[in-house]
Design a protein around this ligand. Structure first.
Ligand code: GLU
Length: 436
């Protein structure tokens, strides 16, 4: 077996692949290159604002693409003009270079919209973690970290949790990275990774941050619609970190959870589901399937649920030409990355369904990652109240800039979010100039 890392600006060193993305119920969508979706979204926004052609050329590609060949693993560093590369690391069998490329570019837009001093990156290992023991996952994680070597670093590229990765995995990354450093430099490097367990330098509120940010955003949207979040009905696809936290935070506010789908199946209850109870059930049963206080429903029935809000918080390409016509909601709040493909987006626009786009809607995770990074650098520990109030302020500011941009350009919210990000990135390049 070979182990190798390679850094090649703008060249993958791997041939372009396509993602055959199964949706959560096992439907296999048509072969789909996720990076094409990013390019189309990007091109639409660039055309609308007559974006600088040189900056456009730079942002259309990744800066570095690293592939690790012990298993199939990648780290794609899209852009660092606004700060260190930043983004999660996922363990999933569908990980491929085009997916990681797309996810890395979305991180660049996301950190710019959130106005935090980071760029964008993403990593992934093509494995199904449920097939490995804890000990094996530790070895895979450590090997991957070691192979990445100096391609990550506290002021250079900072990984974090994503699909199927968690604080434990971040702790192994931290430990492996620190082990390769001279002892006297180790104390100052805890911010090489975020989403760590609290005792290893993690932040209060990081675990729930993406779900919490989504709820803050939903409150802003509801206020503009003269609605109250407590009166909304909603359903959630994906019951991992983002979906389950969003539901658990919405529950005490009074919002009504009508249905939940994960990789094991979908369950619904018109009278409302108890998010906390369902979460406990799913934790022991390995998924929501078989939950006794709800009825099982099929995938299309689940998507057709009549509600105010749909929160897709699973994998990519869930809302497509086939599934977008099924939706029966006023708003889609994208908790996961890339749940909507190009056709799905157009259909939702035609049908007047509002969208809080992923690069705005799920920015809470990376915002609290930024807070964790700052706390580590300053040797501080903030309490939960401080983290939450700072997160709320940033989510609200991001919401307002996207909303106002959508109205001044008379465009959809996803394109408006791109415009906010691209304008901030363009300013950096214009101020500094492009070398040589
Ligand atoms: N994986 C999360 C995302 O997609 C968080 C990334 C981070 O905290 O760096 O936004």
């Amino acid at each position: 077996m070979s182990i190798g890392t390679k850094t090649e600006p703008n060249r993958a060193g791997v041939k372009s692949g396509t993602t055959v993305a199964p949706d959560v119920s096992g439907h296999v969508a048509a072969p789909h290159n996720l990076f094409d979706t990013v390019r189309r979204q990007f091109d639409k926004a660039c055309d609308l604002i007559s974006f600088d052609p040189n900056v456009r050329r730079i942002l259309a590609k990744s800066t570095n693409e690293i592939s690790v060949n012990f298993f199939t693993g990648y780290r794609v560093q899209h852009n660092s003009s606004r700060g260190p590369f930043k983004g999660g690391l996922r363990f999933h069998p569908s990980v491929d270079i085009n997916e990681v490329r797309a996810l890395a570019a979305w991180m660049t837009w996301k950190t710019a919209i959130a106005d935090i001093p980071f760029g964008g990156a993403k990593g992934g290992i093509q494995i199904d973690p449920s097939k490995y023991s804890k000990r094996e996952l530790e070895r895979i994680t450590r090997r991957f970290t070691f192979a990445l070597g100096d391609n990550i670093g506290p002021e250079y590229d900072i990984p974090a949790p994503d699909v199927n990765t968690n604080p434990q995995i971040m702790a192994w990354i931290l430990d492996t990275y620190l082990s390769t450093m001279p002892p006297h430099t180790r104390q100052g490097a805890a911010h090489v990774v975020t989403g760590k367990p609290l005792v290893s330098g993690g932040s209060q509120g990081r675990d729930k941050a993406t779900g919490q940010g989504l709820v803050y955003l939903l409150e802003e949207w509801a206020k503009d619609q003269k609605l109250s979040v407590g009166k909304l009905s909603y359903f959630v696809q994906g019951f991992g970190n983002v979906g389950s936290w969003a539901a658990r935070i919405l529950a005490p506010l009074g919002a009504k959870l009508l249905a939940v789908e994960d990789h094991t199946g979908a369950v619904a209850n018109e009278a409302g589901l108890d998010a906390e109870d369902l979460c406990n059930f799913a934790r022991t049963a390995g998924g929501v399937r078989g939950y006794p206080k709800a009825k099982p429903v099929d995938h299309d029935t689940f998507l057709s649920t009549k509600a105010d809000v749909f929160i897709p918080a699973a994998l990519e390409n869930q809302i497509t030409a086939r599934t977008a016509p099924l939706l029966n909601v006023r708003l889609v709040a994208e908790g996961g990355n890339g749940p909507t493909d190009w056709d799905g987006d157009s259909i939702m626009q035609e049908r007047g369904i509002g969208v809080l786009p992923d690069i705005l809607c799920n920015a809470g995770g990376v915002i609290v990652s930024y807070f964790e990074w700052l706390q580590n650098k300053r040797s501080e520990f903030w309490d939960l109240e401080e983290v939450d109030s700072k997160l709320k302020r940033r989510m609200s500011a991001a919401y307002r800039s996207v909303r106002d941009t959508a109205s001044s350009y008379k465009t959809d919210w996803r394109t408006a979010a791109y415009i906010v990000a691209l304008t901030r990135l363009e300013t950096v390049y214009k101020e500094r100039g492009i070398f040589p």
